[in-house]
Design a protein around this ligand. Sequence first.
Ligand code: HEC
Ligand code: HEC
Ligand code: HEC
Ligand code: HEC
Ligand code: HEC
Length: 322
Amino acid sequence: MPLIYAIFGLAPLEHALDTEAEPAAMRAAACGECHAAQYADWSASRHASAHSNSIYQAGLAAEPQPFCVRCHAPLREQGEEVLRNLDWYQSWGPHAEPGPAPTFEAEDFAHEGVTCATCHLRGGTILTPTETHALHPTRAAPLRDPELCAICHEFPFVSEGKYATSALMQSTFSEWRAWGGAETCQTCHMPGGRHLFRGAHDQAWLRQSVSVEVGRSTWTIRSVGVGHSLPTGDLFRHLTFEVERGGKWQVKAWIGRTFRTVREGGLLTRVLDADTSLKPEVPLVIRGAPGRWRLVYHYGSATDEARGLVPIDDLVVILAEG
Ligand code: HEC
Ligand code: HEC
Ligand code: HEC
Ligand code: HEC
Ligand code: HEC
């Protein structure tokens, strides 16, 4: 059972990650004064831009829900900044022109996204991987346990502000457990304790994480060194394997999860329809006549690509072609 149920309350406006520290001391830059290496790695990571990046901002504009801050700007003080501006997001909406923002208040703490204090600070004490003496109060905590990551990287669909449905919207933790390999989230994503958190937005790493073997009338696609499904995470992530026919690209295989909407326990929710994502060590064989082909990674849905809130080059990348 993911810790999310214990850590987050069900009320959408509650922020359970209350850190009880002076706001200035909670800032990443304050930690960075003494922990320069972690600060530099983290600053370039997607955790640092979890609230400010353009794909998330477009998602929030399309679906401006208070609960989004629980994982994208999870400290209470960050959430408060965002919630003051939520009216602005709501008036912007998916179809409206981005208008002026008369009451838009600064979100500089929210713009730290998943920050040092999110993982390390509880009740004024710094959580450390092992017993340590430092210039600040510390307490050893199981930071190397994937349960830490599961807080945000595993959760069900939310319906009417409640986590009351059975289908998982993100299931990276379960996928990792089903794989059963020796490496953890931390050993792959924080090698040597580094705070890189590389993932699908690191395109060089993403390209290395998939291989395509071309046969006479087959293409065999595998994930390489990935301890969960590819794609994982956000429900809209998918890959398309395309072949050129008559000067046009045709989708031969759609790789990812698809969902359908149902009513469950009185709430409208989505359940898994099909999962064609690449599992570790399981090859996907595609048959067809030889010709030009390409494997494309999509960060968002077809709707995102059509809507144009985010430049298309930030939503689509060709991983391999031949
Ligand atoms: C004034 C300097 C200073 C500031 C500011 C500071 N730390 Fe530390 N911290 C230290 C020292 C010194 C140690 C012990 C030596 C070491 O391991 O670097 C330490 C240890 C740690 C450790 C344990 C390191 C280990 O080896 O196990 C963690 C985690 C940590 N700090 C996180 C933070 C976070 C998060 C912040 C900001 C909220 C922060 N620190 C702010 C100086 C500081
Ligand atoms: C998403 C959670 C997360 C965030 C955000 C995060 N850390 Fe950590 N931190 C960890 C984990 C997990 C470890 C233990 C890593 C290991 O040793 O495998 C760790 C270890 C550390 C250590 C001990 C270093 C070591 O090698 O043992 C320090 C110091 C530290 N973090 C500082 C920071 C600072 C400063 C920030 C912000 C700039 C930060 N962390 C942000 C999860 C996080
Ligand atoms: C408080 C919530 C939270 C916790 C805890 C957390 N993450 Fe994340 N993580 C996020 C969010 C939100 C994003 C998405 C940011 C975005 O792109 O909008 C993310 C993104 C990522 C990415 C994707 C980077 C990319 O380039 O696509 C990786 C990898 C990652 N996290 C690994 C981890 C690991 C490993 C841990 C545990 C040590 C962890 N996270 C703990 C919230 C969290
Ligand atoms: C064996 C190494 C390995 C392990 C273990 C692992 N990952 Fe990954 N992960 C990768 C690689 C490689 C990628 C880049 C390719 C991709 O996007 O799938 C990745 C990508 C990701 C992404 C980005 C996907 C996206 O949609 O942007 C997230 C988030 C992530 N991992 C989280 C986790 C979490 C949480 C765990 C533990 C429950 C974990 N990973 C365990 C290797 C690993
Ligand atoms: C329980 C935690 C959680 C909540 C609540 C949550 N997210 Fe996320 N979100 C994540 C994580 C973890 C990722 C990273 C997975 C990945 O990289 O695919 C993510 C990724 C995303 C992405 C993809 C960002 C990128 O860099 O490509 C978008 C867009 C997004 N979330 C929008 C939202 C919106 C809008 C809401 C509210 C309606 C929301 N999220 C609520 C955890 C959460």
